[in-house]
Design a protein around this ligand. Structure first.
Ligand SMILES: CCCCC/C=C\C/C=C\C/C=C\C/C=C\C/C=C/C(=O)SCCNC(=O)CCNC(=O)[C@H](O)C(C)(C)COP(=O)(O)OP(=O)(O)OC[C@H]1O[C@@H](n2cnc3c(N)ncnc32)[C@H](O)[C@@H]1OP(=O)(O)O
Ligand code: FAD
Length: 638
């Protein structure tokens, strides 16, 4: 093109100079990020498959109406399923394909909650009946727990399931407006079946909330069945974003289901109408939520790393001020303020990756123990999944917004990918448990632990976390010491809960570094990131640390000096550290974060594709603007 400088040429890697600064083996770090060579191979192969298939394009989402957007989502979901079947993809590959399609859809709830609920709370017989149908997508399920009037308070749900011993059925009913099921994803327009949570009533006696498999729509013509009123709850935050999901409203009008459609692994109702509670904690009914919370932690590292990848690459491309003698301006990534905002988020992305790995192990371990009726680690598993889901989603949502701001004005463009990422991500702070409500569960666990163990919460932490452990103990002692009720102290206890979760993240990062980590310079880079994560939090919460007496003001000052030094160590490796996420440009969906850094020509080109630019003179000009411009210039009393 005329006048195109080297800096704007296509096919040139405008970040090559940054990549050449790397001091570690990026390919080895890609394996660490993926979790194993096999996991890397699957991710790499599937992400490229999706990126290369025009059937999965997503660059037009912000220009579609809600109905066009939703129909396009259905098309993509069907196309994804056809791809999975035609290519005979494994369950792992199929899950990766849905992940890289990167569009909230009913399939998230079918695979992510409906199936896990049957696996976790269904009897062997119920699993044998329903799972094959669900795996073949011959039924499409949703998880219908939340109601218009209750979400956090599960025991407050109003939907009823009354046993009719005459017909050996349950009657599912919505007794009030507020008992309408409200929010379940996939419910609004697609799901044929639901796991519906309702208050079990047998012989006039209530037995709390249980799960029931209820068919909602005909498998012949998709019409709602008798007694079922169902629809979408309407537009949600943002334009595209989560509006690809049909979050629904559902009312039951005395809907009858066979007795064997109550999920009966945890408790049973016999045909004689006898209620039997297995000798397992009633909270196993909540098992699906625990499962999803641990997956959401892994998802937080994905979402945060996407935003950090965009902001880091753009910070290396963007130059502003600082030109010496007519030379190039300064890369904004070289400003200490930019580094102090960006690099803790880069460190957090890696920290959340590793805590997600550990939580996956913890969940698998507790699941195995449950098989043997060993409930000893259930309280810790609940507290960890609840607390880490809360901590990582709050930090990730805030981090995505910070990354938008780190990109200046262009971060506010849809073509940056950041507004959409934020709009899709932020409900993670609410769904699967409001983050404050979940932290209160952690606070309750800590109170019990402190009362059982005395002052020391645990001595099983690496040395590097002594300050973090002392902080938690001090925060708890300050609160537990005074004789005021839990409710009165809840805001303070939530702070202690956050501190406890931060202790877990730091200690698991340190434990990760004690493992064998192959690749030149890889472990060294992770040590720098671990120190940044720990020292950044120490700096951010230094009031807590100073008040516990476990660090002095001098320590706090030294920690800050060390942080600056660590930022300087990360700087030459920043681009390589985000390259290690191995995201395709398709998945990132961001001009600012494109791999080759050739941002300006792409931004300029993208602007002209906006529908508003289809005509030089906008619709409405002749009707509204021309009369305005042509009006008589009145002798105005201006
Ligand atoms: C579109 C992009 C998606 C990306 C996601 C990527 C991956 C995810 C994959 C699949 C999912 C797909 C999409 C995810 C997105 C959206 C779906 C959203 C779904 C939902 O939101 S489902 C509904 C979620 N709702 C909640 O989380 C409700 C929160 N409330 C509760 O859990 C409970 O009400 C409560 C707050 C825990 C209180 O329960 P309650 O029965 O009143 O008990 P308590 O009196 O508080 O405690 C008694 C006792 O029991 C212990 N306890 C409580 N809960 C549990 C548990 N779950 N496990 C074990 N033990 C538990 C508690 O500690 C107490 O013990 P004590 O010893 O102290 O007595
Ligand atoms: C995008 C999205 C998808 C969803 N998908 C599903 C789904 O598929 N299936 C499903 O069943 N549900 C789903 N939900 C519902 C979700 O699970 C609930 O919204 C969530 O559990 C929060 O409950 P709530 O809405 O009742 O919030 P509330 O509890 O009403 O929260 C309102 C405020 O009250 C505070 N609060 C509540 N209780 C306490 C307390 N005891 N102490 C102190 N503060 C308190 C909260 O912290 C919050 O600040 C979805 C929600 C969203 C946004």
């Amino acid at each position: 093109m005329e006048g195109v400088g080297e800096e704007e040429m296509e096919g040139v890697d405008h970040l090559a100079h940054e990549r050449n600064k790397s001091e570690f083996d990026v390919d080895a770090m890609k394996i660490v990020w993926a979790g194993s060579p096999h996991a890397f191979d699957v991710s790499d192969r599937i992400s490229k498959l999706v990126a290369s298939d025009p059937g999965f394009r997503k660059d037009n989402r912000s220009t579609l109406s809600r109905k066009e957007l939703f129909k396009n989502t259905l098309r993509k979901a069907a196309y994804a399923w056809k791809t999975i079947v035609d290519l005979r993809l494994s369950e792992e590959e199929a899950a990766k394909l849905r992940f890289y399609v990167d569009e909230p859809a009913f399939t998230d709830l079918h695979w992510g909650m409906f199936i896990p609920a049957i696996k976790g709370q269904g009897t062997e017989e119920q699993q044998q009946k329903w799972l094959p149908l669900a795996y073949k997508m011959q039924i499409i399920g949703c998880y219908a727990q939340t109601e218009l009037g209750h979400g956090s308070n599960v025991q407050g749900l109003e939907t009823t399931a009354t046993f009719d011993s005459q017909t050996d059925e349950f009657i599912i009913h919505s007794p009030t407006l507020t008992s309408s099921k409200w929010w379940p994803g996939g419910l609004g327009k697609v799901a044929t079946h639901a796991i519906a949570y309702a208050r079990l009533i047998v012989g006039g006696r209530e037995h709390g909330v249980h799960g029931f498999i209820v068919q909602l729509r005909s498998l012949e013509d998709h019409s709602p069945l008798l007694g079922i009123t169902v629809g979408d709850i309407g537009m949600k935050f943002g334009n595209g974003a989560y509006n690809t999901m049909d979050n629904g409203v559902l009312q039951f009008d005395h809907v009858r289901i066979p007795r064997n459609q109550m999920l009966m692994r945890v408790s049973q109702v016999t045909c004689e109408g006898k209620y039997k509670q297995s000798d397992v904690p009633r909270q196993l009914v909540y098992g699906t939520m625990v499962y999803v919370r641990q997956t959401i932690v892994a998802d937080a590292s994905c979402a945060l790393s996407r935003a950090v990848c965009i902001a880091t690459r753009y910070s290396a491309v963007r130059r502003q001020f600082g030109s010496q003698n007519g030379g190039p301006e300064t890369q904004v990534i070289d400003y200490k303020t930019q580094q102090s905002r960006l690099f803790p988020l880069l460190a957090s992305a890696y920290a959340f990756r590793f805590i997600g790995e550990w939580l996956k192990w913890l969940y698998a371990d507790v699941t195995q123990r449950l098989q043997a009726n060993d409930f000893s680690t259930l309280p810790e598993a609940h507290a960890c999944t609840a607390g880490l889901k809360s901590l990582t989603t709050t930090a990730t949502a805030d981090g995505i917004e910070e990354c938008r701001k780190l990109c200046g004005g262009h971060g506010y463009l849809c073509s940056s990918g950041l507004p959409e990422l934020f709009a899709v991500y932020v409900p993670a702070c609410t769904y699967e448990g409001d983050n404050t409500v979940l932290l209160l569960q952690v606070a309750r666990f800590l109170m019990k632990t402190v009362s059982q163990l005395g002052s020391r919460l645990s001595s099983k932490k690496p040395v590097g976390t002594i300050a973090y452990m002392t902080r938690v103990e001090h925060l708890m002692q300050c609160r537990c010491g005074v004789q005021r009720g839990f409710a009165e102290l809840s805001a303070d206890l939530v702070e202690a809960a956050v501190a406890h979760c931060q202790l877990i993240v730091v200690s698991k990062f340190i434990e990760k570094l004690q493992q064998e980590i192959p690749g030149k310079g890889v472990k060294q880079q992770l040590e720098v990131l671990c120190n940044i994560y720990a020292l950044f939090l120490l700096h951010k919460h230094q009031g807590d640390f100073l008040s516990t007496g476990c660090i002095t003001p001098k320590h706090a000052a030294l920690a800050n000096d060390e942080l600056r030094s660590l930022y300087s160590q990360v700087r030459p490796n920043a681009i390589a550290l985000v390259d290690a996420f191995n995201y395709t440009d398709h998945y990132l969906g961001s001009i600012l974060g494109c791999y080759d850094g050739n941002v300006y020509p792409k931004l300029y080109e993208a602007a002209w594709k906006d529908p508003l630019n289809e005509s030089v003179v906008p619709d409405g000009y002749h009707l509204y603007i021309r009369p305005l411009l042509k009006q008589e210039i009145r002798t105005a009393r201006l």
